[in-house]
Design a protein around this ligand. Structure first.
Ligand code: LLP
Length: 464
């Protein structure tokens, strides 16, 4: 049925946001929002060669389904497109030991930003020399551990941290570092995930001279080997103009370091943040296009400044794991709510919510979803997919056209949930965090199991 057929905008019907158009075929996937092996057979969603209704009959819902081939091919696409660079997979997007191994097997490096992420990486046998360690408030203990483990680079974020590192290297140890700078760029993304403007907690400001001072202090600290400057402007960014401004400012600092301190910094990191398509309104660049644009910018600026080109690195997280995962839920309650003005919004409640995907509530993020267990001939209605938590803001998908005959027991799948969903999942309302099931060539492997009630109670010490 099509938009023109007249069902979509019946009198009093909700229209939703302008970018959301009723689908021409409500049963079809919008393919580019899904992982590469996702397709439907008679209305059943298949990923990695497995029918999801069968899969969840085993593992239950909600469940994150991770398309291993898709993950690996996105990792390879970055590695190949940025062959002259080092590509660090940003583990904060999603990390478990299996994924750390895939990252290593595909020839990427790994960015960790906490002691916990480092633990997972080391447990997976990840080569510490290929790990970069981030964080705005690394403790002395954490730094000691990272240095002792032999991580390849520590990305220094404050003068306090330089002092902490100096106290470690005073014992005769040494480590490679980068200095994280803020380039004063207003990235066009949600305020909470923009990181290169001045008024936030990360990095040293280039404009007020702190970044230069940090470089000077690092260079003056025995045992610290300065690899170069690091800039991460934010996340879910689509246009390269932010990277261009940042690269220009970072390279200008690099030229100043060369002029005034006589040091040619060999490397530079431009961070991550490459956007993905959550809905039809997003139009991300592919890695090859990004690589061409970024290389051109750096080449051009270095030529203009008369400095040698540093070896570049980047840190994509979302763009590798985001599209590789979807979340499968079971529909429970379906409720039509009459709004002021007479329109009706259909609320579809699923068996998860803000505990497995906080991004909608936290960043006002948009997602899409599809009925994953059958075809439906019912006219789609504009629906809102909500969770089962005690909060009105517990929304998974704000607006989606879903079949009007959706009922309890149907499966819904939400694409693009690989990044920052499981990694930011919580036990709110004592929810059990869902498993991550890797699928490939018709085989499913639980790489992170579902939490149990014993897990929930494991830290509850009782009233002793
Ligand atoms: N490098 C650094 C220094 C970062 O801080 C981040 C993300 C990345 C790389 C990876 O960015 P990506 O390529 O994944 O966008 N929780 C938010 C995103 C926070 C990102 C934090 N840093 C979200 O759900 O959108």
């Amino acid at each position: 049925m099509s938009h023109e057929a007249g069902w979509a905008h019946a009198p009093g019907a909700l229209r939703g946001p302008a970018w959301l158009q009723p689908p021409a075929d409500p049963n079809a996937l919008v393919q580019h929002l899904w992982s590469q092996t996702a397709h439907k057979v008679d209305g059943e969603l298949h990923v990695g060669g497995l029918a999801l209704p069968e899969l969840v009959a085993d593992v239950n819902t909600p469940a994150y389904v991770l398309d291993e081939d898709d993950f690996r091919s996105r990792a390879r696409a970055f590695r190949d497109a940025f062959a002259a660079y080092d590509v660090f997979y940003a583990g904060k997007a999603f990390l478990c030991t299996a994924v750390a191994r895939w990252v290593q097997e595909e020839g990427l490096c790994l960015d960790v930003c906490s002691n916990g992420e480092l633990t997972v990486a080391l447990r997976a046998g990840f080569d510490p020399a290929r790990i970069g360690y981030h964080g705005n408030n690394k403790t002395l203990m954490e730094l000691r551990r990272a240095v002792a483990a032999g991580v390849g680079r520590i990305v220094v974020d404050s003068f306090d941290e330089i002092e902490r590192l100096a106290s470690i290297t005073a014992d005769g140890l040494s480590t490679r570092v980068m200095v994280r700078v803020t380039a004063g760029v207003e990235a066009h993304t949600h305020e909470y995930i923009a990181t290169a403007h001045e008024d936030q907690k990360f990095g040293f400001s280039i404009s007020n001279g702190q970044a230069f001072e940090a470089v000077r202090r690092v260079l003056a600290t025995p045992g610290l080997e300065l690899l170069g400057l690091h800039s991460h402007i934010g996340s879910q960014i689509f246009d390269s103009s932010g990277f261009e401004v940042a690269a220009r400012r970072v390279l200008a600092l690099q030229a100043r370091v060369s002029d005034e301190l006589g040091v040619a910094l060999p490397e530079m990191d431009l961070g991550g943040g490459f956007g993905i398509a959550y809905t039809t309104q997003d139009d991300p660049s592919d890695p090859a296009q990004l690589a061409t644009e970024m290389s051109k910018i750096v080449e051009h600026e270095c030529r203009a400044l008369g400095i040698p080109e540093p070896r570049l690195s980047i840190e994509p997280g979302r763009a590798i794991v985001g599209p590789a995962m979807c979340t499968v839920y079971t529909v429970g309650t379906v409720k039509d709510v009459q709004l002021d003005g007479g329109a009706v919004r259909t609320y579809v409640s699923v068996d998860g919510g803000m505990s497995d995907n906080i991004r909608t509530a936290l960043y006002d993020a948009d997602y899409s979803c599809t009925l994953a267990s059958r075809d439906s001939a019912a006219p789609p209605v504009l629906s809102r997919v909500v969770g089962k938590h005690c909060e009105a803001g517990d929304i998974v998908v704000k607006d989606e056209f879903l079949p009007g005959d959706l009922r309890s027991g149907d499966l819904l799948a939400v694409p693009g949930t690989g990044a920052y969903c499981r990694s930011m999942a919580s036990n709110y309302n004592h929810a059990l965090r869902p498993p991550v099931v890797a699928v490939r060539d018709g085989v499913a492997r639980v790489v992170v199991r579902r939490e149990t009630e014993d897990d929930l109670l494991a830290t509850d010490m009782g009233d002793q």
